[in-house]
Each structure stands twice: as structure tokens, then as C-alpha cells.
Design a protein around this ligand. Structure first.
Ligand SMILES: C[S@@+](CC[C@H](N)C(=O)[O-])C[C@H]1O[C@@H](n2cnc3c(N)ncnc32)[C@H](O)[C@@H]1O
Length: 320
């Protein structure tokens, strides 16, 4: 199986060639893959490194780390793996003596391996315990969150992270239900969503459970806050000419990446009538992808998960 193919792990890498080409890999460069997953992108990067090249890989998921260890074992000291959140990567790498990177890749969200494992509770299509944690042994599960959060906070999560019209009503029903019996399984949550969303609305657009499950997953794993916290720091940690490539799968993530890249390219906050910049904010680099790169029709046809993918790339120039 070549890099990026499904293999036993069951994940097909999205935009494999586009993302690794975008990093413009140098044989003696240092790279970070913040989202190892099935290690498809990581294997492609590692394969392009010479003797002095380095790849640092991060993932929260123990299965992903085990798969990366297996796939990348032949690269010896060139590859180092960390079971940690990518939002901590710059701090961790600095502690390890790494002074900067030539490229960083984030391929966000969950892997097919995680979705397809019924025990993980990521999918509304399989009955399973409501877990949804990327790090299997850390933090609150989706069941904990549904048990502990206020009605208002649940409604906010469904509205903001799932863009769900009936967020308030679904949150209200969950709170009523949990007084008698806290929700423990995906099927119980599906039932609440089904009972709450009116029949006419159920027939339009995507499956309502899909939006609710997406919202819960984002909240359980702190996905948007983590991303927002680390992108600027990652750009600052790039060597001049180094690149940050991010693949997103929904508009909420994409907006965070797009706005961060715009802010780093043109940070000046002076009023437009000022003849010269007085705020002193200096550009960190340039946006390489004016329009996001999306998968070819062929890729989307073969891999439905690729359909919503968007790749954006930023290139660092100069130093802080
Ligand atoms: C889409 S998959 C990556 C697939 C990979 N690029 C490949 O080619 O096989 C996303 C992976 O990122 C991990 N992940 C998501 N958010 C993370 C975070 N904040 N820190 C570390 N890993 C994360 C997930 O556990 C999952 O394994």
C-alpha cells in the first residue's frame, strides 16, 4: 500500500499530493505533522527527507501513534512521535531543542479509523457509548458533557458548532431527559434529535444528528479553541520561507485559518487615510493560496470524506 492509501488502519489521506507539494519539502528540512492519523501524509513527508531531515509527529489518539510507529519505523532517528495535542507542539519542540521548522501540516478533524470504530461514539450511524474523545483516556466524554453542562451552554454548542436551528429545543429536551436518565449512547441522542426536529425540517439538508454530533465532537475536543490558540505561534516558529499548510473540513475551521492567514499577511491596523504605517505591525509572510485548494472531482468521487476539504497555505518571510 502506498502512502495515503486506506490499508488496515482504514483512513485514506485527503489532498495528499497537494498538501505535501505545498510544503515544498527540502531534504534537510525539519517538519511537523500535527495530525498523524493513519500517517499517510507523514509517510510521504518522511520519504522525501535526506539524512539530516527531521519529521516530528503529533496525535492525541493512541491508535494513530501506534499506526505511525508501525509505518514510520524504517526512518529511525529522522522521525519522532509525540502523543499530545498539536496546540502544545511548539512548546514541546522548543523544550526538545528544536529552533524552528521548515513546514507544518495540520489535517484537521477525525480519521476514518476513529469514525468507523463503534466503540468511540463519533458516528450517529452506529449505536455506541457517547465518548467522542480523540485522546481515549483524557478529558470529558460527550456523555459527561451532556450530563454536566447547563441548558444554555448546550444550546450554544449546538448553535455555534453545529449551526443547528433547533439548538435551544434540543438542549431543553436533553435537560428534561437527563433528570430521569442521563444520556449514555449515540442511539439515545439520535432519538432526542429525531423527536425534537420537526418532520418538515428533518427532510431538508443534512441529517440533523450529523450537525449535533459534529457540534458535540468539537466541544468535547476543544477543536476550535485549540486551533485558534496555536496558529499564530506556529507561523512564528517557521524558518523564513517555511510553510504552514492546513486542511479543514467545515466552514468554522476554515474561517479561523483564513482570518489568521489574512491577519499575519496584513497585520497593519492604521486607518486607511494614514500615508505611512504608524502601528509598527510587520507582515509575517504571504498567503500562498489566494483561493483554497480543493480535491479534484476524481478524488471526491473516490473518497466522500474529501468532498468538504479545503487546503490553505501560508509562507513565512523575514524574522520577528
Ligand atoms: C484527518 S486525521 C489525519 C490523517 C492523516 N493526515 C493521514 O494522512 O492519515 C486527523 C487526526 O488528527 C488527530 N487530531 C485532531 N485534533 C488534534 C489535536 N488537537 N492534536 C493532536 N491530534 C489531533 C486525530 O486524532 C486524527 O488522528
Amino acid at each position: 500500500m502506498s502512502a495515503g492509501g486506506a490499508g488496515a488502519f482504514g483512513h485514506v489521506s485527503v489532498l495528499l499530493k497537494e498538501a505535501t507539494d505545498a510544503l515544498a519539502i527540502k531534504a534537510d528540512g525539519s517538519y511537523l505533522d500535527g495530525t498523524l492519523g493513519g500517517a499517510g501524509h507523514a509517510e510521504e513527508i518522511a520519504g522525501q527527507l535526506g539524512e539530516n531531515g527531521r519529521l516530528y509527529g503529533f496525535d492525541l489518539d493512541a491508535d494513530a501513534i501506534a499506526e505511525a510507529e508501525r509505518k514510520l519505523s524504517g526512518y529511525g532517528d529522522k522521525v519522532r512521535l509525540f502523543r499530545d495535542n498539536f496546540k502544545n507542539a511548539v512548546t514541546v519542540l522548543k523544550e526538545e531543542g528544536v529552533e524552528g521548522l521548515d513546514g507544518i501540516l495540520l489535517d484537521l478533524g477525525v480519521s476514518s479509523h476513529q469514525i468507523d470504530d463503534p466503540a468511540r461514539g463519533f458516528s450517529y450511524m452506529q449505536d455506541a457509548p457517547l465518548d467522542m474523545r480523540m485522546a481515549q483516556d483524557k478529558g470529558r466524554s460527550a456523555a459527561d458533557l451532556l450530563k454536566e453542562e447547563t441548558e444554555e451552554e448546550l444550546a450554544r454548542i449546538f448553535r455555534e458548532y453545529g449551526e443547528e436551528r433547533f439548538a435551544k429545543q434540543i438542549a431543553h429536551r436533553i435537560v428534561l431527559q437527563r433528570e430521569a436518565h442521563p444520556l449514555e449512547t449515540t442511539e439515545e441522542l439520535n432519538e432526542i434529535v429525531y423527536m425534537t426536529v420537526p418532520k418538515a425540517a428533518r427532510k431538508k439538508g443534512s441529517h440533523p444528528s450529523k450537525r449535533i454530533f459534529q457540534a458535540l465532537r468539537i466541544a468535547v475536543n476543544g477543536e476550535l479553541t485549540g486551533l485558534t490558540e496555536c496558529l499564530d505561534e506556529m507561523i512564528s516558529f517557521l524558518h523564513p520561507g517555511g510553510r504552514l499548510a492546513v486542511i479543514t473540513f467545515h466552514s468554522l475551521e476554515d474561517r479561523i485559518v483564513k482570518q489568521c492567514f489574512q491577519r499575519n499577511e496584513k497585520p497593519c491596523i492604521c486607518p486607511p487615510q494614514f500615508p505611512v504605517c504608524a502601528c509598527g505591525r510587520v507582515s509575517a509572510g504571504r498567503i500562498v493560496t489566494r483561493k483554497a485548494i480543493v480535491p479534484s472531482e476524481e478524488e471526491s468521487g473516490k473518497n466522500t470524506r474529501a468532498r468538504s476539504a479545503k487546503l490553505r497555505v501560508f509562507e513565512r518571510t523575514g524574522r520577528n
